[in-house]
Design a protein around this ligand. Structure first.
Ligand code: NDP
Length: 327
C-alpha cells in the first residue's frame, strides 16, 4: 500500500481525498517510480476541486509533475536508482500522477534529472517553470532580443509568471510584471521586475489597437488581458499565450496581427516533443538563478495539498508549491 490523493466522481459527487492505495491498482507502464516530490500547478487545482474538466478517468491520482527514483523498470533507457522527472503527457489527467508515493509511467515520458538541480529544485520549477522556459524559447525563436524593448509578464506572482520574470531578467530583458496583488510588488522586484503594473489596467475591454509598448509578452491570463496586450504590442512584436487564469476566451480583433505584424505564439507543455523539453530543461539549468527558487517556492506536505489547491485557484498562492509526498 502507498499514500496518495485520489479523485472520485460517482453518485456521491466529485471529491478528492488522501488515502491508502493498493500497489496492485497502479496503471500500466514500464517504469515504476518511488516519488520524492510533486507540485501544485493551476491544472492540479482544477483537477482536485473539480472546477475545470481536467480529469478524464476515475478514480484518478492527480499531479502533473513528479520527481523520484526508479524502483523497477523494463525500459532499457532507465536503471533502478535513476532519478527522473515527469511533466505533463496527460499524467494526473488520464493516467495516475505524482501526488502519491508511487507512480507507474511510460519511460518515454521521463527525462533524467538535470545535474544542475536537486530533486526538490526540479519540483520548485515543475510544469509551471518549464512552461515559462518554453515561452522564453518561443520569444527567442521569433527573434525577440533585450534591445527591442519591454517584455510584459502577466499573472506574475503565480508559478509560470514568477519563473518567467526571473528568467527574462537574468537574460537581460526589461520586465514589466502585471499582478493583481500590490502586496507582491517587492517580491516581483526581487525576482528582477523593473516595473509592476496593476492587473486592473488590462482587465477591462479595450480598443483594437492601443499605444505600442511591448516588444514581447508572456501571458498566463487570457481573455481581455491577452486581447489588450496584443493591442499594445509594438510593430513586429511577439505575444506568447500559455494560460487561462482569467478566462479561456479571447475577445480581440485581428488588427494587431494585420496592421502591426504581431505574432501570437501558443505554448503547450503537455504534449511538447521530447527534444524541446530537453532543450527547455538545459536552458533552465543555464539561465535560472537557483537562489531565486528559494523565494519562489514554498513546501507543503501531501496532507495539505487539497486545501492549498483551492487557494491556488483563488490566486492566493505566491510562486510555486512543492509537495513532499512522504509527509
Ligand atoms: P498560478 O495559480 O500559480 O498563477 C496564476 C496567476 O494568475 C495568479 O497567481 C494571479 O497572479 C493570476 N490570476 C489568477 N486569477 C486571475 C484572474 N481571474 N484574472 C487575472 N489574473 C489572474 O498558476 P500557474 O502559474 O501554474 O498557471 C498559470 C496559467 O498557465 C494557468 O491558466 C495554467 O493552466 C496555465 N498553464 C499552461 C500550461 C501549458 O502547457 N500551456 C502549463 C502551465 C500552466 P497575480 O496575482 O500576480 O495577478
Amino acid at each position: 500500500m502507498f499514500k496518495g490523493i485520489q479523485i472520485n466522481k460517482d453518485e456521491a459527487g466529485y471529491r478528492a481525498a488522501l488515502q491508502d492505495i493498493d500497489e496492485a491498482s497502479l496503471p500500466d507502464g514500464d517504469v515504476t517510480v518511488r516519488v520524492q516530490y510533486s507540485t501544485l500547478n493551476y491544472k492540479d487545482g482544477l483537477a482536485m476541486t473539480g472546477r475545470g474538466p481536467v480529469v478524464r478517468k476515475f478514480p484518478m491520482v492527480p499531479g502533473i509533475d513528479l520527481v523520484g527514483m526508479v524502483e523497477g523498470t523494463t525500459n532499457a533507457d532507465y536503471q533502478v536508482g535513476d532519478t527522473v522527472v515527469l511533466n505533463g503527457w496527460g499524467v494526473g489527467e488520464g493516467h495516475w500522477g505524482g501526488l502519491a508515493q508511487l507512480a507507474r509511467l511510460k519511460g518515454d515520458w521521463l527525462v533524467p534529472l538535470p545535474a544542475a538541480f536537486t530533486p526538490r529544485q526540479a519540483m520548485a520549477i515543475g510544469t509551471a517553470g518549464y512552461t515559462a522556459m518554453l515561452c522564453v524559447l518561443a520569444l527567442e525563436r521569433h527573434g525577440v532580443t533585450p534591445e527591442q524593448g519591454e517584455i510584459v509578464v502577466t499573472g506574475a506572482a503565480g508559478g509560470v509568471g514568477s519563473v518567467a520574470v526571473a528568467l527574462l531578467a537574468k537574460l537581460g530583458y526589461t520586465v514589466v510584471a502585471v499582478s493583481g496583488r500590490a502586496s507582491e510588488a517587492d517580491y516581483l522586484k526581487s525576482l528582477g521586475a523593473a516595473e509592476i503594473l496593476d492587473r486592473a489596467e488590462l482587465s477591462a475591454p479595450g480598443k483594437p489597437l492601443a499605444r505600442e509598448r511591448w516588444a514581447g509578452a508572456v501571458d498566463v491570463v487570457g481573455s481581455h488581458v491577452l486581447a489588450n496586450i496584443c493591442a499594445q504590442t509594438r510593430y513586429g512584436g511577439v505575444v506568447t499565450a500559455c494560460g487561462l487564469a482569467g478566462g479561456a476566451d479571447l475577445p480581440a480583433t485581428v488588427m494587431p496581427f494585420i496592421l502591426r505584424g504581431v505574432t501570437l505564439a501558443g505554448v503547450d507543455s503537455v504534449m511538447c516533443p521530447r527534444p524541446r523539453r530537453l532543450e527547455a530543461w538545459q536552458r533552465l539549468a543555464r539561465d535560472l538563478d537557483v537562489t531565486k527558487l528559494e523565494a519562489i517556492a514554498t513546501e507543503i506536505a501531501l496532507s495539505e495539498a487539497i486545501p492549498v489547491a483551492s487557494q491556488l485557484l483563488d490566486g492566493k498562492v505566491r510562486g510555486r508549491v512543492i509537495v513532499d509526498v512522504n509527509r
